[in-house]
Design a binder for this molecule. Structure first.
Ligand SMILES: [Zn+2]
Ligand SMILES: [Zn+2]
Length: 338
């Protein structure tokens, strides 16, 4: 099958022909219909995350169609969860141990032995992928696969971050208006929250995009919002935004760092954290996050803005993401002509 292969960190993924994977016990083989390009892919390709499997097929926002199932279901119990022809989504969380202290406490997102799609396991920058069926989600065939793909990470992590911001956070700041923020803004508006968007200084297109999606104010990330915020979520991988966001939230407010990697957070005066402000991060997802969010998204309904690219343009897509020249999300379509 055709795949885009990351052979070493620090180099772009290259076109390759590799054997089509075989589904093992409890796994499904999917034909990839669409795979979103997430900022985490860029961090993996750039060597900012420490231990990717190499060579590696990136991609963890996969929408595919089941073409085969492995022998037996989970535990060899016969019929599996999915059958041929079904539409399925594969997220970043690819496998957990179920036995460590975190798993037993209901925090499988922090599993000590977790394996992640497009990092420890081959992902969706390919014509086919195998996945453990227990970590896949059913995806409605009413959705366009490309438009559904960004829900599987940008949407899920955004949703988890929004929950971490707190139900009472009526005035919500979003730092970095990319794939995640453009989904979270819609969820937050549907929940009756007020959205304040912070974009890269000078990025007029992102500023306008945020206003179109319901932000009542959008300005540069180094500006103060027109009034104090109850919470802020930082999607941009820029540590300097941490003191900026703490400055923007009111006493008792929360700042959530949503990304898997960030440049160093600069030293800052303690008074920015004082008055019971909370600074926290969000890591990975649980299956429950996925089930909740994928049920919620069509009810809002969340409408993703996507740009479709052929599989062979994966490296180009990553450079676009690095430069910030993306409206919404980029999605690779392996079946499209190159
Ligand atoms: Zn575990
Ligand atoms: Zn992701």
């Amino acid at each position: 099958m055709r795949a885009m292969l990351l052979e070493a960190a620090g180099r772009p993924p290259v076109p390759a022909t590799i054997p089509r994977p075989e589904p093992g016990p409890g796994q499904v083989l999917l034909r990839v219909l669409a795979c979103g390009v997430c900022r985490t892919d860029l961090h993996v390709a750039d060597g900012e995350l420490p231990r990717p499997k190499l060579p590696l097929v990136l991609g963890h926002e996969i929408v595919g169609e089941v073409v085969a199932t492995g022998p037996g279901g989970v535990g060899g119990g016969g019929a599996g969860r999915f059958s041929a022809g079904q539409r399925v989504g594969v997220p970043w969380l690819g496998w957990t141990c179920g036995a460590c202290a975190q798993c037993r406490a209901g925090r499988e997102n922090l599993c000590e032995r977790a394996r992640f799609t497009g990092y420890d396991l081959d992902g969706g920058y390919a014509e086919y992928v195998v996945a453990d069926e227990r970590y896949c989600f059913p995806v409605s065939t009413a959705l366009d696969p490309a438009e559904a793909a960004p829900l599987l990470c940008a949407g899920l992590i955004g949703y988890r971050s929004l929950r971490a911001a707190g139900d009472g956070a009526g005035r919500l700041g979003l730092y970095g208006f990319g794939a995640s923020a453009h989904i979270v803004a819609q969820v937050a508006r549907a929940q009756g929250r007020r959205v304040f968007a912070f974009t890269r200084p000078g990025d007029e297109a992102a500023r306008r995009f945020a206003l179109e999606l319901g932000a009542e104010w959008a300005g540069p990330s180094d500006a103060a919002p027109p009034e104090p915020l109850d919470a802020a979520i930082i999607f941009a991988p820029v540590g300097a935004l941490v003191p900026a966001a703490l400055r923007a939230v009111a006493p008792g407010g929360t700042v959530v760092c949503a990304g898997i990697h960030m440049s160093d957070v600069p030293a800052m005066p303690y008074r920015l954290l004082w008055e019971e402000r909370t600074l926290r991060s969000v890591a990975n997802l649980t299956r429950r996050d996925g089930e909740e969010f994928l049920a919620l998204a069509p009810r809002i309904p969340v409408k993703t803005t996507v740009e479709r690219l052929p599989l062979a343009q994966a490296a180009h897509a990553l450079s676009r993401l690095r430069s910030g020249a993306v409206r919404g999300a980029l999605v690779l379509i392996p079946g499209a002509g190159d």
